[in-house]
Design a protein around this ligand. Structure first.
Ligand SMILES: Cc1ncc(COP(=O)(O)O)c(C=O)c1O
Length: 340
């Protein structure tokens, strides 16, 4: 099977498993784990923040970011197609008592759509406590929000709305690789930043939340409360460090493969809309004559796994475990499957 459902499907390489086996560990809940500390220090430096904290998942790290900034019974600005809104089973409401203030109207949040979402002041209207960004944007096909746009939105959030910002940067690595923008420049547009190790970097699990010492101190309490205090977690942090050492530099290969797949499908089938990929995710919008369930089943029968994003859209994701040759083969299978 060529599995292109997600970049989370990668299996740890032998070298990564060896690094995990060799990791120096301690009790990270009791008095710290040296490998976890090394990872946290490295991520904080890469993102230009005071501190970073290791989490089992991006979902928990997002929840901790919202915990730090959010106020119960207020709103969090978020894009209506963001991961925080659609794929974290309403954690913002369930864990922090936040209602999303949906930012609608473009594939990713823009200054104009954020401004349009601001409520007129009224004693009856909800107040807001945090603004959420996502870069790259999963639902928009791994789309990058360029630094200038992110800065403009951050200035508006901070200066006009006087609100803190949480950035879901699960694939911020990809945004940086695709644009050449340093991670720290993107991260400076937010108060807390989540990055994930279990996507393009190929680690089995793990994410980090970075921010000021005060914010990460609060996130530490939230992590413990959410049940995310881990003991000899250096074994997992070693996988993340290995991903930073060996897989960060190759992300552009996934981006090139995504572009190649998009080109083959767009050339091969005239009535599909392929969203041109900025990074490693390709969204393919289908005409009414064929459903995503049919395409998914036809591709699976030919040894290719893709995911159904909705009834008329499929998502195909390039990653470490899919070679150029496999991606090209998958693209040809999709072309056949998409034909009438
Ligand atoms: C944009 C984005 N944010 C957050 C997450 C959550 O990460 P995790 O699966 O580690 O909880 C994902 C996972 O796919 C994601 O794509």
């Amino acid at each position: 099977m060529i599995d292109l459902r997600s970049d989370t499907v990668t299996k740890p390489t032998l070298a990564m498993r060896r690094a995990m086996a060799d990791a120096e560990v301690g009790d990270d809940v009791l008095d710290g784990d040296p490998t976890v500390r090394a990872l946290q220090d490295r991520v904080a430096a890469m993102l230009g923040k005071d501190r970073a904290l290791f989490f089992p998942t991006g979902t928990m790290a997002n929840a901790a970011g919202l915990w730090v900034h959010g106020r119960h019974g207020t709103e969090a600005y978020a894009h209506d197609d963001s991961h925080i809104v659609n794929w974290e089973i309403a954690g913002l409401a369930g864990l922090r008592g936040l209602q999303p203030r949906m930012v609608r109207g473009a594939p990713v949040m823009t200054l104009a759509t954020l401004q349009a979402a601001v409520r007129s002041p009224s004693i009856h209207a909800p107040q807001s406590s945090v603004v959420c960004f996502e870069n790259t944007h999963n639902g928009a096909g791994g789309m990058v929000t360029p630094l200038a746009d992110l800065r403009a939105m951050a200035d508006f959030a901070r200066v006009t709305l006087k609100l803190p910002i949480h950035l879901d940067g699960a694939r911020l690595w990809n945004a940086s690789a695709a644009t050449g923008t340093p991670l720290a420049d993107f991260a400076a547009c937010a108060d807390t930043v989540m990055v994930s190790f279990s996507k393009g970097l190929g680690a089995p699990v793990g994410a980090a939340l970075a921010g000021s010492a005060a914010h990460i101190g609060e996130a530490f309490v939230a992590r413990k409360r959410f049940g995310g205090g881990m003991r000899q977690s250096g074994i997992l942090a070693a996988a993340a460090l290995h991903g930073l050492d060996h897989h960060l530099g190759r992300l552009t290969e996934d981006h090139d493969n995504a572009k190649r797949l998009a080109a083959i499908v767009a050339d091969g089938v005239s009535d599909v809309q392929v969203v041109p990929p900025d990074t490693n995710i390709v969204m393919i919008d289908l005409p009414a004559r064929i459903s995503s369930a049919t395409v998914e089943a036809k591709a699976k029968a030919q040894g290719v796994l893709v995911s159904r994003w909705n009834d008329q859209r499929i998502r195909v994701v390039c990653h470490l475990d899919a070679s150029r040759e496999q991606v090209e083969r998958a693209a040809r299978v999709l072309v056949e499957g998409l034909k009438a």
